[in-house]
Design a protein around this ligand. Structure first.
Ligand SMILES: Cc1cc2nc3c(=O)[nH]c(=O)nc-3n(C[C@H](O)[C@H](O)[C@H](O)COP(=O)(O)OP(=O)(O)OC[C@H]3O[C@@H](n4cnc5c(N)ncnc54)[C@H](O)[C@@H]3O)c2cc1C
Length: 452
């Protein structure tokens, strides 16, 4: 191509795609362009020749963003891998295209429920009798992780229905109650919600529950308020936890939508998880038949068992959210240019990315181990609490670095990271705040309780 006297013009011309040149001539002044080329030095012409030949100046292909740097998910079984892939495809095909619109509308896309039903995800976790599959916590975690990479709210809809509400009936219901509700819940024909938190009782709800129930002939009268109850604006029932005024014991009830005295008002103006619909529930002399009291609930112990199970799921939410934010930030850094370079070439940006990746790698190791312990029946409260504390804190740090990596674009919904950034604040506070879970772990490791 290059002769002793410089680039060979005939060889250069041979590289030219005449059709492309024709299209180019409609957009630029070719005569001026060739005039400019004629003034190029030999070195510049050589560079141009190499570029046209697809030579060394073509940008090398960059590695695709992948948050599983250690290949920790490579050891999954084929079934586990298939569930993760199904969830991922659902999120990309059905949720990603509409999630920003629904975030702005502060609304859950209920029309997706029939699509989600087709995936039959609950049967990958639970058996119809309410027992769990041998690898239930890992599978539930993978579903949660793949959902949260794209949208945490979708995982919360699923976690409230398939975790909190389903587990309440699975652990606290009689055989008849399980037979009535669990198959319908698996088919998403009956959507559940879980009503524990109260306006005056968040962290302290186990000790200061104000919602009461009183035996009244063949039924019970419920009075009180519940706050933050996910899915409750459209659920078919909510599991309501209430203190028995006669025995002081905590009891659980299946309260069906439309029951007189049961009212749900949507909580407006959230700045996190806007796609989840949270309700404030008022129970005014609400009468529930004894047949809808969860017959096998053994006081607060049963409620705590449900929360222990679902806390592992919330730890996975933090992992998925951080993974999603990291991959978005990396892709952005590989493409965004400033000062004539891609920002991924800057040392300080690489520091952000490596910090994020370190967080994500440690978080994933934590939840995988936790889930194997849970599935082996070895997970204690303090294990789930530590995983929740660590993943929520690392997630918060990771999404902030991802947001920072996108500069101003990081606060625009359209770039993805902003939603992860906002949603992390809810992950940080529910299913036991950072402080409460820290106290649970602190008590376990010291043998001394610092609870007031
Ligand atoms: C988006 C969202 C969805 C939710 N979904 C549901 C749901 O579906 N069902 C449901 O029942 N609940 C739900 N919740 C409620 C959630 O579980 C509570 O928000 C959580 O338990 C914390 O309670 P609180 O918000 O009342 O905070 P508070 O308990 O008032 O705590 C305020 C602060 O004080 C700290 N604190 C409290 N006690 C102590 C202590 N002893 N020592 C040190 N610090 C302490 C806390 O850590 C926190 O920092 C949801 C919440 C949110 C935000």
């Amino acid at each position: 191509m290059t002769t002793k006297s410089g680039p060979n013009p005939m060889a250069l011309l041979a590289q030219i795609d005449l059709e492309a040149l024709g299209r180019l001539s409609e957009k630029v002044d070719l005569a001026a362009l060739l005039g400019a080329a004629s003034k190029m030095s030999d070195k510049q012409l050589s560079q141009l020749t190499r570029m046209m030949a697809g030579g060394e100046h073509k940008r090398p292909e960059l590695p695709a963003p992948d948050a599983d740097f250690f290949g920790q998910l490579d050891g999954l079984s084929d079934d586990e891998r298939a569930v993760a892939a199904t969830t991922k495809a659902f999120m990309h095909d059905h949720v990603a295209p509409i999630m920003n619109e629904y975030w702005n509308r502060d609304e859950f896309p209920r029309h997706l429920i029939p699509e989600l039903r087709k995936l039959d995800l609950l049967r990958k976790v639970w058996n119809e009798d309410g027992s769990r599959k041998p690898n239930a916590t890992v599978v539930e975690g993978l579903i949660t992780m793949e959902a949260c990479k794209v949208d945490v709210s979708t995982a919360v809809f699923f976690g409230v229905h398939a975790g909190l509400a389903f587990a309440s009936i699975a652990l606290g219901g009689s055989a008849e109650q399980k037979a009535e509700w669990l198959p319908k819940m698996m088919d998403l024909e009956a959507i559940g919600a879980f009503g524990l938190t109260e306006p005056e009782g968040g962290s302290q709800v186990s000790q200061g529950m104000r919602t009461t129930c009183k035996r009244d002939g063949d039924g019970w009268t419920l009075r009180g308020e519940k706050k933050w109850i996910g899915n409750s604006t459209f659920s078919d029932f909510t599991v309501i936890w209430a203190r028995d005024v006669d025995t002081q014991e905590v009891r659980g009830f299946i309260v069906r939508a439309g029951t007189p005295g049961y009212e749900v008002k949507k909580i407006e103006g959230k700045t996190a998880l806007r796609i989840v619909e949270n309700g404030q529930i008022t129970l005014t002399d609400c009468r529930v038949p004894d047949t809808d009291r969860l017959q096998e609930v053994r006081g607060w112990r049963t409620t705590a068992e449900v929360l222990k199970l679902t806390r592992a799921g919330v730890a996975w939410q933090g992992v998925g959210c951080a993974m999603g934010a990291y991959e978005l930030a990396l892709a952005y850094a590989q493409n965004r240019e400033q000062f004539g370079k891609r920002i991924g070439e800057f040392q300080l940006i690489q520091n952000h990315l490596v910090h994020m990746l370190g967080n994500v790698t440690g978080m994933l190791a934590t939840v995988l181990r936790l889930s194997h312990m849970a599935d082996a029946g070895e997970m204690r409260d303090e294990h789930a609490a530590l995983a929740k504390v660590v993943t929520a804190a690392r997630c918060r740090e990771t999404v902030a670095l991802a947001r920072e990596t996108l500069g101003g674009n990081g606060i625009l919904l359209e770039n993805g990271v902003a939603k992860h950034f906002a949603d992390t604040e809810a992950i940080y506070s529910y299913e036991g705040t950072n402080e409460i879970n820290t106290l649970v772990v602190g008590r376990a490791v010291t043998g001394l309780s610092a609870f007031v």
